[in-house]
Design a binder for this molecule. Structure first.
Ligand code: SF4
Length: 192
């Protein structure tokens, strides 16, 4: 396995006209908004459910388990941060109960805005929440959709397990890497 050292990828600042968004009420949960991270102009857009913290309570930078596992898989298949932009269905992390369906629907306006601005060549949705929201199908599941490239909203889209699920169930690691390989292969084929 190539040498791997997780780092905190640079954060893309939230646009000033969105920074005070309070459309769904998650602004009351106290977690800050994270628009995206990695290369804002990357060809591959990864979509997760919501952002983990980038700093601890004292404000020191941290690389959470989700980010570590995601980066490890990227290294494994030869992708770098330059190839990848990570964003989220919800731009804030919920910390208590909330209306999941309504909140995810509401926050999609931001993802739609990002898609329009960035026009990624490939989307990679990680975890059932991201898949169900992006596919607009609340029955959709990673295990049924992984292993193929789908067309969603006009974008070639692959799916994979959430990095945290892979950390909790290490037997998913090889499946996770297979899905990353599919993404890398599709991307590299587009280059040739
Ligand atoms: S989660 Fe999304 S819609 Fe809700 S307040 Fe945050 S940015 Fe706005």
């Amino acid at each position: 396995m190539p040498e791997f050292c997780p780092v905190l990828w640079p954060e893309e600042p939230t646009p000033v006209d969105q920074i005070n968004c309070c459309k769904c009420g998650l602004d009351q949960h106290g977690s800050r908004m994270i628009w995206g991270e990695g290369n804002p102009n990357a060809p591959i857009m990864i979509i997760l459910d919501n952002p983990g913290a980038r700093e601890d309570r004292e404000g020191n930078a941290i690389v959470c388990g989700t980010r570590q596992t995601l980066q490890q898989a990227a290294v494994e298949v030869g992708l770098t941060m330059e190839d990848l932009y990570v964003t989220f269905i919800l731009k804030r992390k919920p910390v208590r109960a909330y209306n999941k369906e309504r909140t995810r629907q509401t926050c999609m306006i931001h993802l739609e805005q990002q898609l329009k601005a960035k026009e990624p060549e490939l989307i990679f949705c990680l975890g059932n929440v991201a898949v169900q929201s992006f596919f607009q199908d609340y029955e959709a599941e990673v295990k049924a959709l992984r292993g193929a490239i789908h067309q969603v909203k006009g974008y070639p889209t692959a799916v994979g397990y959430h990095p945290l699920a892979v950390r909790r169930r290490p037997n998913l690691w090889s499946t996770f890497v297979e899905d990353w390989k599919l993404v890398a292969k599709h991307y590299q084929n587009q280059l040739t």
